[in-house]
Design a protein around this ligand. Structure first.
Ligand code: ADP
Ligand code: MG
Length: 768
């Protein structure tokens, strides 16, 4: 069934060529016990390895079942070794980190037998060699004779046709040798057994046929066989392959025998993971904190519909031509000139302009009132404000930044109470009542005092003194007088009659509101706030007022006589209460969810409209949190990049350790190959090993990082008020990091595992 035709094999050692086989021709019967005899170095092992498919011949041919092997590929040899050949070596070649049972099962694993079938068969053959009671021991807990019996059991487990034994009793005492030989002789009753020995007596005692070698040539054959009449059959061998699960099991067992080293390796590998995990946990916590801020405190920030909505992305400088524009040379950034230049503010062409229409205001009216505290349209009406200090003595109160902030108030107590406390009196209930708003320390800008003619050197002014003040405002027709000559309007200056006739609007402060301590810096300015009804009354009167009608008809200011741009003209008409398209609308949502709903409604309004008719709102709170979030993410990326360096370093280290493991397990690689494992299977074993280390490193890293978040949070709590449990490692991040760890170590192990796969089986077996 096997025959060698003029086979040669030589080894090149430096410049010297060692001929191990010199044209050997031999044929073997299907069933016989052949002993190969010869002195050391005569080529016995070379011959055996060649016939067993562990090594390749240089020239000649090996015929198996009538089929030439000259065109055999790796996978054919792998299948041949696995299914047709069983090896028994002088040095047993058992895998020391798995049990006797697992050793015997290994070859069957490669041929794809089910786990149950494997176990049954392994127990059967182990019982056959008398080792029934030792199946769960590790090989190094057995005697030499017992180990060789395990090797024999492994060799016959797959029921091969040929058994190759290379000096099987070479390391065993003579009494035990007899037992081993008896077992082999028994096997040879059904199979072809080729046994190498240098013990002449042993050969003649047990073998059917003795072949003598010397210097790589056959010098004697006691029972030659001519296979010329043997039919050329066809050789059908099932391909072998190792399941990844089996590779994992092998590696796992191996790692178990060096727990400490594996743990240290995994720990070193986990350091990078810990770094990245901590950064992620912190970034996650900070982002949550900001989200929370947006949900709670910042939710009170109104949605703003401004005439020129903030567009963060748009370019900043909306100005006209720069100063000294140097012809042909373009602009100069810091011109060296001693002149100043005028510029006109320009709106960039991309700048969206919100034109708030009646249609839009009607749409806002349809919003569910439960979603907001208030919707405030700001008309920018400028009501005149006077303080009557004595009869016929009126003080014009400066308004705006240079004096008193005199504006309509928010009337929703529910909304106001979120950031303001009414600390005295009450909120205005009608057009004649006003509210004084002070800061958290009951303070007001000194300009407020000056505007009211109060000596700013006083330590304080009592609420009652302020309540006692008599304020007045006047309707436009009462307040402005037209100069017949110039056609311009000026304040009449004669107010006492208006007070007497009751045409003046008498105003009183009726309460004081104070910013609460935890409010975000006031979105209502300090100052005097009037009831929206007052504004409405003024607007109503303005519609038919002389000054407003005159201004509407003129492109120059009817007060100053200066020319007005269309925009400026609209501004003046707004101040006069004539133009009632709101300049700005503020929507105060009740909470974050309501804000989201309102935003959706506003978006839905815009959807069908062409872009220039859309009304774009600004969510300042979202802008703030987005910007902060971006910042946190940016910082996180940088930190992650730094900790990734340690990830790379630890991956390289794991690659090196895997390489060390390959060196250590070279013998195991040889054993696996002799049992029919493909190169691919060998690399699998090491890939499995790096996978396990990667997984352990990832798990360890995530677990340590998770554990570290607790002391870290305690530290942060002690440093920053009101922030607890900041660092939070999310489950998703944890799982992702473990996968990344597996991936990186796997990549790092690819080169060592390839080196392992390419090891020559014979050389690998020779390593001690
Ligand atoms: P035996 O098993 O009969 O003692 P071997 O088959 O092992 O002999 O060796 C036959 C000859 O080939 C010896 O001279 C040995 O030194 C040589 N040889 C075997 N393997 C190698 C090798 N890998 N490299 C170089 N020479 C080798
Ligand atoms: Mg030898």
């Amino acid at each position: 069934m096997l025959s060698l035709k003029n086979v040669t094999k030589s080894y090149q050692v430096g410049d010297f060529t060692q001929n191990a086989l010199n044209g050997v021709s031999l044929s073997f019967r299907k069933q016989e016990f052949v002993a190969i005899l010869g002195p050391s170095g005569s080529g016995k092992t070379t011959l055996l390895n060649m016939v067993g498919g562990l090594d390749r011949y240089d020239s000649g041919d090996l015929i198996i079942e009538g089929k030439s092997t000259q065109n055999f590929e790796d996978k054919d040899w792998d299948a041949y070794r696995n299914h047709a050949v069983g090896f028994v070596f002088q040095s047993y070649n058992l895998i020391t980190h798995t049990s006797v049972l697992a050793n015997v099962e290994l070859g069957m694993t490669l041929s794809g037998l089910s786990p149950e079938a494997r176990k049954t068969r392994a127990l059967e053959v182990l019982e056959g060699v008398g080792l029934k009671d030792h199946v769960h021991k590790k090989p190094n807990q057995l005697s030499g004779g017992q180990m060789q019996r395990v090797a024999i059991a492994r060799a016959i487990a797959n029921n091969p046709d040929i058994i190759m034994a290379d000096e099987p009793t070479g390391a065993i005492d003579s009494e035990t040798s007899a037992q081993i030989m008896a077992i082999i002789q028994e096997i040879a009753k059904e199979k072809l057994v080729i046994m190498v020995t240098h013990d002449e007596a042993l050969a003649h005692k047990y073998a059917d046929r003795v072949v003598k070698l010397r210097d790589g040539e056959v010098i004697e054959d006691t029972n030659p066989y001519d296979d010329a009449q043997e039919a050329t059959g066809s050789l059908l061998l099932k391909k072998t392959s190792m399941a990844f699960k089996q590779a994992l099991k092998l590696s796992f067992n191996n790692l178990r025998t060096k727990k400490f080293r594996t743990l240290i390796t995994a720990f070193a590998g986990s350091i990078g993971i810990i770094g990245v995990a901590m950064v992620l946990a912190l970034a996650n916590g900070l982002n949550n904190e900001i989200d929370e801020l947006e949900r709670s405190t910042l939710a009170q920030f109104p949605l703003q519909i401004d005439p020129f909505p903030i567009d963060i992305e748009a370019a900043q400088g909306n100005f006209g031509p720069p100063g000294p524009q140097l012809d042909d040379q373009g602009f100069e950034e810091f011109p060296d000139v001693r002149e100043v230049y005028p510029y006109e503010e320009q709106i960039s062409e991309d700048q969206h302009i919100n034109v708030i229409t009646q249609d839009y205001l009607d749409f806002l009216d349809t919003l569910d009132p439960d979603l907001y505290f208030e919707i405030n349209a700001e008309y920018d009406v400028r009501l005149p404000l006077f303080l009557r200090e004595a009869e016929n003595q009126f003080r014009g109160v400066d308004q705006g930044g240079g004096g008193v902030d005199f504006e309509p108030t928010v009337t929703s107590e529910e909304f106001l109470s979120q950031s303001y406390d009414v600390i005295d009196g009450r909120l205005p209930e009608n057009a004649n009542e006003m509210l004084l708003v002070v800061d958290t320390q009951n303070r007001l800008n000194v300009r407020f005092f000056q505007a009211l003619g109060i000596n700013p050197d006083v330590a304080s002014v009592s609420f009652d003194e302020l309540y006692a003040l008599d304020f007045y405002s006047f309707y436009p027709n009462d307040y402005y007088l037209e100069n017949e000559e110039t056609g311009r309007f000026i304040p009449s200056g004669d107010y006492e009659p208006l007070v007497e006739s009751g045409d003046a609007i008498a105003l009183k402060i009726v309460g004081v509101a104070r910013e609460s301590a935890d409010s975000l810096a006031g979105f209502i300015d300090t100052g005097i706030k009037y009831h929206p009804d007052l504004e409405q009354m003024y607007i109503d009167a303005a519609q038919t007022s002389d000054i407003a009608l005159a201004q509407a008809a003129s492109d120059t200011s009817v007060i100053t006589g200066l020319e007005l741009s269309p925009q400026q003209k609209q501004g003046v008409l707004r101040q006069l209460g004539y133009d009632t398209t709101p300049r700005q609308v503020l929507i105060y949502p009740v909470d974050f969810n309501a804000k989201t709903e309102i935003r959706e409604a506003l978006d839905a309004y815009n959807e069908p409209l062409p872009e220039d008719e859309q009304i774009i709102y600004t969510d300042l709170a979202a802008l703030v949190t987005d910007l902060t979030g971006d910042l946190i993410n940016g910082v996180s990326y940088v930190l992650i990049a730094f900790s990734s360096i340690s990830l790379v370093v630890s991956s390289i280290m794991i690659g090196i350790i895997t390489y060390v493991s390959v060196l250590e397990r070279t013998k195991e690689i040889g054993i696996l190959r002799s049992l029919g494992a493909r190169k691919k299977d060998v690399s699998r074993v090491f890939n499995a090993e790096t996978t396990i280390i990667g997984f352990t490193a990832g798990l360890l890293g995530v677990a340590i990082a998770y554990g570290l978040t607790f002391p870290l949070n305690i530290l942060i709590e002690s440093l920053v008020d009101g922030i607890d449990g900041l660092a939070q490692l999310s489950l998703l991040a944890g799982v992702a990091l473990i996968l990344i760890s597996i991936f990186l170590t796997f990549i790092a192990g690819l080169i060592p595992s390839r080196i392992a796969a390419n090891k020559h089986p014979v050389e690998a077996l020779r390593v001690e």
